[in-house]
Design a protein around this ligand. Structure first.
Ligand SMILES: N[C@@H](CCC(=O)N[C@@H](CS)C(=O)NCC(=O)O)C(=O)O
Length: 217
């Protein structure tokens, strides 16, 4: 099998790195991790040579270079069709792609108001009014999936959609966004999921802090 390297940044702060990394783990890809500090100018220049967007994650697999989480998911699904990154059934597969696309392209207010920070815990966090419709939409998406497919993951077994929404689960816990029991149980499932638990352990041990994301609320 071709050699694979996934370029990521901080495990504490980088939600897109987490999504790409979960997809590689779910696919069963054996890969090495390369970490870049996106605030380091030399590293940014190096990354520019690898990933024209200067963004992570970015996957090298043999002679294939692929960046952007949706493209990485599509590639891994082609290479590892048995891994179940997308649901087997056509209607569910379309649904999975649609909600994954929603996360990929939207939820800007949620992302900026509640940045991922696994080491932080804010007990009385007031959600900015602009982010509340995003929270409501996440609730709607999760409820529809769990009611339709029966849980414990959004489409029963882990799929790309769980990788896309995993950082939202951590944000809801970081900023004490409490939801109804069915949705709290989904968050528990994600946080206890083996690859997720591995990522969280590493994030908690990571030394670097990004000052502007360590704000006091
Ligand atoms: N849509 C992109 C998003 C990637 C992205 O925004 N990554 C962030 C890290 S979480 C990044 O590399 N940011 C670089 C920077 O802010 O300098 C994807 O799917 O991969």
């Amino acid at each position: 099998m071709a050699q694979a390297t996934l370029t990521i940044s901080s495990k504490n702060y980088s939600s897109w790195s987490l999504r790409g990394w979960l997809l590689c783990k779910m696919a069963g890809l054996e890969f090495e991790e390369t970490h870049v500090d996106l605030h380091d100018t030399d590293m940014r220049q190096e990354l520019l040579l690898l990933s024209p967007t200067v963004r992570v994650p970015r996957l090298t697999h043999g002679d294939v270079q692929v960046w952007d989480v949706t493209a990485i998911a599509g590639y891994l699904n082609e290479m590892f069709p048995k891994a179940g990154l997308y649901p087997k059934e056509r209607v569910a597969r379309a649904h999975c792609r649609a909600i994954s696309g929603e996360m990929h392209a939207g939820f800007h207010n949620l992302r900026s108001a509640l940045p991922m920070n696994l080491r932080a815990k804010h007990d009385s966090f007031k959600i900015f009014s602009g982010a509340r419709p995003d929270v409501a939409r996440v609730v709607e998406i999760w409820k529809q999936c769990l009611d339709t497919y029966g849980g414990p993951f959004l489409f029963g077994t882990p799929t790309m959609a769980d990788a896309m929404y995993a950082p939202v689960c951590t944000r809801f816990r970081t900023y004490s966004v409490t939801l109804e029991p069915q949705l709290e149980a989904y968050i528990d499932t994600i946080l206890a999921w083996e690859p997720m638990a591995e990522w969280i352990t590493a994030a908690l041990e990571e030394p670097e802090e990004i000052e502007e994301l360590e704000v006091e609320f």
